[in-house]
Design a protein around this ligand. Structure first.
Ligand SMILES: NC(=O)C1=CN([C@@H]2O[C@H](COP(=O)(O)OP(=O)(O)OC[C@H]3O[C@@H](n4cnc5c(N)ncnc54)[C@H](OP(=O)(O)O)[C@@H]3O)[C@@H](O)[C@H]2O)C=CC1
Ligand SMILES: CCCCCCCCCCCCCCCC(=O)[C@@H](N)CO
Length: 322
């Protein structure tokens, strides 16, 4: 081994060791077997897959959504596939009083997953204020309500093992894309909430996670796709979709390992490294990758932006010609 090799190796080891020493919050494990997992938006899509997976892993599960009929169907389908009975509760996350009553009636929560969400892709200019307020009210303000309602019981819990609060963001909570201004704003907002909240609750052994799925095959996505502006489809065309089951598995594994960022596919890993910013990182190996590769990943991000802006230029040029 040459002197240069030895120097590089020493620097790498020094960096790994120092990262292992400084990383906060400390790594943790959050068991879900026999614990109470409360999932909002649990009657459809990703939330339903999460409920099924958590029930299959032996958790006691409560799902919340508005439509009682869909909740009952979800309950029956989980019963058939796992043999487990989940609790259902109807509330609109925009109604804080209803959320508080629902959370209190469900009993002590060990894992709160704020997964409910609504999405409508339109240009800001074409959106009514009411539509914008709905998206931010449900996705962001609704999550505040759930946290406020659940936190009281979580802090007073008798079971002193670590517990979790998780927010279903989206890759659009890491990057804004044409047509998703309101949705992205709501999901970026969740990141601010998650970062600040983690500092407020760490002393109570409460651990916060943010999940960033790509397009995921769900009833919600099917509906959304019929409304996408053309440019939104063009820009997002290259990125692949996942199944709700795949996203649910990644989510539960991420929650159990106490990850702050939970990404779902390779593009997601790149996005998480590229947007790591001031978010906590509990894995010293991931922190190492962030420190070493963030420069080159910024270059990759700029290449993506280049292709997106080129599509926008071409689209406008074509429109002028016709
Ligand atoms: N599918 C995708 O491509 C992606 C989705 N996500 C996020 O994942 C989450 C779930 O999405 P997905 O499974 O596709 O969505 P679906 O539309 O399939 O399901 C949404 C769920 O949320 C509930 N919900 C909606 N509004 C409210 C409300 N005001 N109060 C209470 N519950 C409500 C719905 O029930 P009800 O209508 O009865 O209230 C339903 O159970 C969302 O936060 C979404 O932003 C993130 C990335 C990609
Ligand atoms: C470092 C560089 C890496 C760059 C990778 C960029 C990939 C971005 C793709 C964005 C896809 C958007 C998924 C939306 C999911 C969603 O929330 C909607 N289905 C809701 O309607």
């Amino acid at each position: 081994m040459s002197g240069a090799d030895l120097l590089i190796l020493t620097l790498i080891i020094l960096l790994l060791v120092s990262l292992k020493l400084i990383l906060r919050p400390h790594p943790t494990r959050i068991p879900i077997k026999s614990r109470h997992v409360f999932i909002t938006g649990g009657s459809s899509g990703i939330g339903l897959a999460l409920a099924r997976e958590a029930a299959a892993e032996g958790a006691r599960v409560t799902i919340l959504a508005r439509d009682m009929k869909k909740l009952e169907q979800a309950k029956a389908s989980i019963q058939v596939s796992t043999g487990t009975e989940v609790d259902i509760v109807s509330a609109d996350v925009r109604d804080f009083h209803a959320v508080k009553t629902a959370v209190e009636s469900a009993g002590e929560i060990d894992v709160l997953i704020c997964n409910h969400g609504t999405f409508l892709p339109y240009e800001v200019e074409k959106m009514e204020m009411k539509g914008i307020e709905d998206i931010i009210g449900v996705n962001l303000v609704g999550s505040f309500g759930l946290v406020k309602a659940a936190l009281v019981g979580m802090k007073k819990r008798k079971d002193r093992r670590p517990v979790s609060i998780a927010f279903m963001s989206s890759q659009l909570g890491q990057v804004g894309i044409y047509g998703y201004a309101a949705y992205s704003a709501s999901k970026f907002g969740l990141r601010g909430l998650a970062e600040a909240l983690q500092q407020e609750v760490i002393a109570d052994d409460i651990h916060v996670s943010l999940i960033f799925p790509p397009d995921t095959d769900t009833p919600g996505l099917a509906e959304e796709k019929t409304r996408r502006p053309q440019l939104t489809s063009i820009i997002t065309a290259s990125s692949g979709a996942m199944t709700a089951d795949e996203v649910a598995k990644k989510t539960l594994n991420g929650i159990k390992s106490g990850s702050f960022f939970i990404h779902c596919n390779f593009e997601g890993v790149l996005l998480s490294i590229g947007t790591a910013g001031m978010s906590p990182q509990r894995s010293y190996l991931m922190a190492f990758v962030e420190v070493i590769f963030s420069g080159v990943i910024r270059f990759v991000a700029l290449c993506f932006l280049w292709t997106w802006y080129r599509s926008i230029e071409k689209w406008h040029a074509k429109r002028k010609r016709t």
